[in-house]
Design a protein around this ligand. Structure first.
Ligand SMILES: *[C@@H]1O[C@H](CO)[C@@H](O)[C@H](O)[C@H]1NC(C)=O
Ligand SMILES: *[C@@H]1O[C@H](CO)[C@@H](O)[C@H](O)[C@H]1NC(C)=O
Ligand SMILES: *[C@@H]1O[C@H](CO)[C@@H](O)[C@H](O)[C@H]1NC(C)=O
Ligand SMILES: *[C@@H]1O[C@H](CO)[C@@H](O)[C@H](O)[C@H]1NC(C)=O
Ligand SMILES: *[C@@H]1O[C@H](CO)[C@@H](O)[C@H](O)[C@H]1NC(C)=O
Ligand SMILES: *[C@@H]1O[C@H](CO)[C@@H](O)[C@H](O)[C@H]1NC(C)=O
Ligand SMILES: *[C@@H]1O[C@H](CO)[C@@H](O)[C@H](O)[C@H]1NC(C)=O
Ligand SMILES: *[C@@H]1O[C@H](CO)[C@@H](O)[C@H](O)[C@H]1NC(C)=O
Ligand SMILES: [Ca+2]
Ligand SMILES: [Ca+2]
Ligand SMILES: [Ca+2]
Length: 609
């Protein structure tokens, strides 16, 4: 592509005056704003993360494929399944490989929602699980549910064969795993076993998670029940006699009492210490007038308040927004990501003012900041009241998404004006040249019939599978001040209730331009480390075979930093200008030469006479 000097000049001007507009809805979505985001994953294996959306009033699921050029998300034929005829409305979408053919399939869960008169003979508590089988470029929709269960499932890999399985509650209210196989038939149902404890009912909506909590590179189960939270450790020696998950401990709820509201838990490395913390949003009262963010310290075995200040600049007090039966906000949900690339994970939350019962909800960025007065905790979250401008009034959901695949997390936002939901795109215009590493762990499976896909750089490349829940990803490096920095993250720990986790991890490195000393990826009781990783690179890890880490591979894609791109643009512009000036001068000189020669010849004739 020929660099366009006008574009470059505008780009330079923009960079100089920082007059960037953050609302990129038109550029990103090109008018398709009725589709509401439900999950993320790379469906067509081109290394660009696609968006799984709900439309048609929630009766259909569709895939918007990501593109490098605008519009960044586009519709494509054969990538839509509709359940309107079956009167089933979709409650969640889980992309993953459910048949081990290395190509992404799309699991949807749906509940009965009649389009006309209500049919009371159908049990409305039941969740129906459908799997739409994916080819690289099409989706084969299915209308026969593979599983019936209560509540939404959690995507896990039960038996470490890289075929995604489910955990949840069966129709007899017992906890169960559903283990998928290669022949696309009904998965095998295995009830969860425990000799001693009676098993309490699972919380609905739940915040179960699948991630490594005891640092043995084996993903564990975090289960939310009505009475407490439970941790079940993944068992590497699982066989017919010993179960795949072994009960380890119970964590009390952060608040007791019938009035308390418990939001969705999430696991993030709040203090950047190389461990994940359990963070849960709560309200002390039913109306949520007194909201708080609680962190469970595994070391001290107690809940601590992160002491978030919900008072804005005009001294209005805000609360977590929660409304039964509403889209995205029927349960308090936070989404995490490193928005400012300083290494500490930030949050997105939806709040509303406690005064004015009809006020619309608004989503805000909660920035992870140091705290001197927070006791044992050294960090807290500070609500950034203006960071998502111009999206101020009426936003029910904000989640992180890297629109330009440049390692800087932008946001997908869902706006709500009281009766209509619309999707919008927000560009994060970080004003300094921060560094990052982006790590994505795939299942590592390959497909003999369709081994190659068109890669991003135009050349054919192998596909190595899709979204994988559960691996732990960590890095260690030394900052410019000489301190050791140790960050940890888990990939896709949650999949239900619009948790909208990205299938990769972006670690912000601040302004440290040094190599990252070590990146470690662990799963299935094994781990492998890679050393001296170039910052601003995207690392794709192929952990195959899972039990032979020495053969695991990593592919590195280096993303040139913004500063380099800007220098290139500036140089190109300057070169272009100079070329033009030289050209013009040259042309003028030649014209003048011509004239001179002409007049000289005239003079010569004149003289000769
Ligand atoms: C209601 O559901 C039952 C069970 O699926 C079915 O037999 C019946 O025909 C349905 N009635 C209507 C009016 O759709
Ligand atoms: C899936 O869809 C493709 C294209 O629409 C079609 O060629 C193929 O036969 C379908 N496969 C099955 C198993 O239905
Ligand atoms: C499907 O695969 C499972 C496990 O590989 C096997 O036990 C089962 O018999 C197969 N079912 C069919 C219908 O082929
Ligand atoms: C799990 O990993 C440990 C340490 O690497 C090893 O000793 C053990 O044999 C592994 N267990 C299995 C079942 O692979
Ligand atoms: C839970 O796990 C820890 C660490 O692995 C272990 O020391 C402890 O004994 C376990 N507790 C139970 C009840 O199994
Ligand atoms: C809630 O109640 C349980 C059991 O009664 C108790 O163990 C726990 O400490 C209580 N939690 C709080 C925050 O008070
Ligand atoms: C929302 O629903 C939950 C459980 O269904 C119930 O306990 C709670 O009281 C409801 N909240 C409001 C404000 O109606
Ligand atoms: C938000 O929008 C609603 C409805 O459009 C309006 O009534 C309200 O005043 C607005 N609030 C603010 C703070 O702009
Ligand atoms: Ca893609
Ligand atoms: Ca598949
Ligand atoms: Ca499996």
């Amino acid at each position: 592509m020929q660099p366009n000097p006008i574009n470059s000049i505008c780009f330079l001007l923009l960079a100089v005056f920082s007059v960037e507009c953050s609302d990129i809805t038109k550029l990103a979505l090109a008018g398709v704003t009725e589709d509401l985001p439900a999950a993320f994953g790379d469906f067509n294996s081109d290394e660009l993360t696609d968006v799984f959306v709900l439309n048609d009033d929630g009766y259909s699921v569709e895939i918007l494929l990501a593109n490098e050029e605008e519009p960044l998300l586009r519709k494509s034929p054969n990538l839509k399944c509709s359940y309107r005829k079956h009167e089933h409305t979709i409650t969640s979408v889980v992309p993953g490989d459910f048949d081990g053919d290395a190509l992404m399939d799309v699991l949807v869960t749906a509940v009965y929602k009649p389009t006309g008169e209500r049919n009371y003979s159908i049990d409305s508590r039941i969740t129906y699980v459908y799997v739409n089988w994916g080819g690289a470029r099409y989706l084969n929709c299915t209308y026969e549910p593979l599983v019936k269960m209560l509540g939404e499932p959690l995507a896990i890999d039960y038996d470490q064969n890289m075929i995604i399985d489910l955990f949840g509650e069966n129709t007899h209210e017992r906890r169960a795993f559903w283990v998928f196989n290669k022949n696309r038939t009904k998965p095998t149902e295995i009830e969860m076993r425990h000799n001693k404890r009676p098993m309490t009912n699972l919380r609905r909506p739940h915040a179960h998670a699948f991630l490594d909590l005891n640092h043995d590179y084996m993903a564990d189960l975090f289960i939310t029940t009505n009475d407490n939270f439970e941790i079940w450790h993944g068992n590497e020696e699982a066989d017919l006699l010993s179960p795949h998950f072994v009960y380890n401990m119970t964590i009390p709820l952060p608040l007791n009492g019938t009035d308390a509201v418990i939001g969705q838990s999430l696991f993030i490395d709040v203090e950047l210490k190389g461990k994940v913390d359990l963070v849960t949003p709560v309200c002390y009262d039913k109306e949520c007038k007194n909201s708080a963010l609680m962190l469970y310290s595994m070391a001290e075995k107690q809940w601590m308040n992160l002491q978030v200040n919900f008072k804005d600049d005009l001294t209005n007090v805000w609360k977590f927004y929660q409304k039964n039966g509403s889209k995205y906000t029927d349960v308090i949900t936070l989404r995490s990501g490193d928005f400012n690339l300083d290494g500490f994970p930030d949050l997105l939350a939806t709040l509303s003012p406690i005064q004015g019962s009809n006020a619309l909800p608004q989503s805000f960025l909660l920035e992870n900041v140091p705290c001197q007065t927070c006791g044992a905790l050294k960090r807290t979250y500070s609500v950034q009241w203006n960071s998502l401008n111009p999206f101020r009034n009426g936003t029910v959901m904000a989640s992180f998404f890297d629109f330009y695949q440049d390692g800087i997390l932008d946001c997908i936002i869902v706006t709500f004006n009281g009766h209509q939901y619309r999707t919008a795109a927000f560009k994060n215009s970080l004003d300094y040249d921060a560094n990052f590493i982006k790590v994505m762990v795939l299942t590592g499976l390959t497909n003999k019939n369709d081994p190659m896909a068109n890669g991003r750089v135009g050349k054919k490349r192998r596909t190595y599978g899709t979204n994988l829940p559960g691996p732990s990803i960590s890095y260690k490096t030394i900052t410019q001040e000489g301190n050791i920095r140790h960050g940890l993250s888990c990939q896709l720990p949650q999949s239900a209730h619009f948790s909208l986790n990205l299938p990769y991890t972006i670690f912000g490195l601040g302004r440290t331009p040094n190599f990252v000393d070590k990146v470690t990826v662990g799963l299935s009781n094994h781990s492998k480390s890679w050393t001296q990783i170039i910052p601003n690179s995207q690392m794709v890890v192929i952990p195959w075979p899972p039990n032979e880490p020495s053969r695991w591979k990593a592919q590195l894609f280096v993303t040139p930093s913004k500063l380099i791109l800007m220098s290139v643009a500036a140089l190109t512009t300057v070169c272009g200008l100079i070329t033009v000036i030289i050209g013009v001068l040259h042309w003028k000189e030649r014209q003048e030469d011509k004239k001179e020669r002409l007049s000289e010849s005239h003079r010569f004739h004149f003289d000769a006479m």
